[in-house]
Design a protein around this ligand. Structure first.
Ligand code: NDP
Length: 290
């Protein structure tokens, strides 16, 4: 029989590292599967048409990336808590009848990678989350489930952080969550009102900027984590280092870990991620050199 077929769909999709990551996982775990990159195009209905064609051709599952994560959830017949609360799906699987099930592994991938960077569980940690967009939203439930002590959401537009906190407060029992504007962070005095982990879920690094976090807050944190990844330290990582934060990380490990979570959801077994992270780091550096 033909190997099981998987793919990642996005637009654009040319630089996606996911085919390489899943090829490494498949080889390491001995799974007979293929994994390709598909461009969903820019025309209306393009994503839905590509999805239907992939299912009709016998495809088993998809990863979904920008800009289709919301439409992937809308297209599904059933969704996990993670996908529903994130309001977006990054992973789909299809049963024999063609029914679509949606999941979101980004937040679990984030928690796994932060745990690896910290070399300690997130249990009891105080977390500052910068940003109130899709990436921040998807992180909330997995962070709360990891047992963090409290969560503060700070965003450039304060109203978006406040709305996100208000929406999630009843859904994150045991994890007090509050939203505020980035500029209000200056009123907090580290380390007393400080945080153990500062996560940058804004896209500011893509514009060569760091969200304005007061240096004392960065200095008091054990880890500054940027969801964005690149060959060089991101502006946020540079700001954290300059402030004296002892450990900084980009989001490449999150990418690898969310892929492993998706792989496990499809195949029923979890691949080792450390070798894949080394290989993907090298590939990213080569991509950015040439
Ligand atoms: P959104 O467009 O939904 O949200 C962007 C957020 O960034 C908003 O909160 C926005 O604030 C804020 N922002 C943008 N520019 C600035 C700036 N210059 N200063 C301060 N805040 C700023 O994006 P997503 O949530 O989807 O993605 C955020 C980032 O996370 C992306 O860069 C993406 O690459 C990364 N990501 C990484 C993943 C991984 O696997 N490593 C997975 C998913 C995402 P405002 O509301 O005020 O506009």
């Amino acid at each position: 029989s033909a190997p099981d077929r998987y793919a990642v769909i996005g637009h654009p999709i040319g630089h996606s590292l996911s085919p390489q990551i899943h090829a490494l996982f498949a080889r390491a775990t001995g799974q007979r599967m293929t994994y390709e990159a598909m461009d969903g195009g820019a025309q209306p209905g393009g994503f839905e048409a590509a999805l239907a064609a992939f299912i009709a051709a016998g495809g088993r599952g998809l990863n979904v990336t920008l800009p289709f994560k919301l439409r992937a959830l809308a297209a599904a017949h059933a969704a996990s808590d993670e996908a529903r609360l994130a309001g977006a799906a990054n992973t789909l699987r299809f049963d024999a009848a063609g029914r679509i099930e949606a999941h979101n592994t980004d937040g679990a991938g984030l928690v796994r990678d932060i745990t690896a960077r910290l070399r300690q569980p997130l249990q009891g940690r105080r977390v500052l989350l910068l940003g109130a967009g899709g990436a921040a939203r998807g992180a909330l439930l997995p962070l709360a489930r990891a047992g963090i002590a409290c969560l503060r959401i700070a965003n450039r537009s304060a109203d978006k952080a406040e709305a996100l906190a208000a929406e999630f407060a009843p859904r994150l029992p045991g994890c007090p969550v509050r939203g505020m504007g980035l500029e209000q962070l200056a009123a907090l005095s580290a380390p007393h009102e400080g945080f153990d982990i500062v996560i940058n879920a804004t896209s500011a690094s893509l514009a060569a900027q760091s969200p304005a976090v007061p240096a004392p807050l960065l200095a008091a944190a054990a880890l500054a984590y940027d969801m964005v990844y690149g060959a060089a330290p991101t502006p946020f990582m540079q700001a954290a280092r300059a402030a004296g934060c002892p450990r900084q990380s980009d989001g490449l490990g999150m990418l690898v870990e969310q892929a492993a979570e998706s792989f496990a959801w499809w195949r029923g077994l979890r691949p080792d991620t450390s070798a894949a992270l080394v290989a993907v780091r090298a590939a990213l550096q080569a991509q950015q050199r040439g």
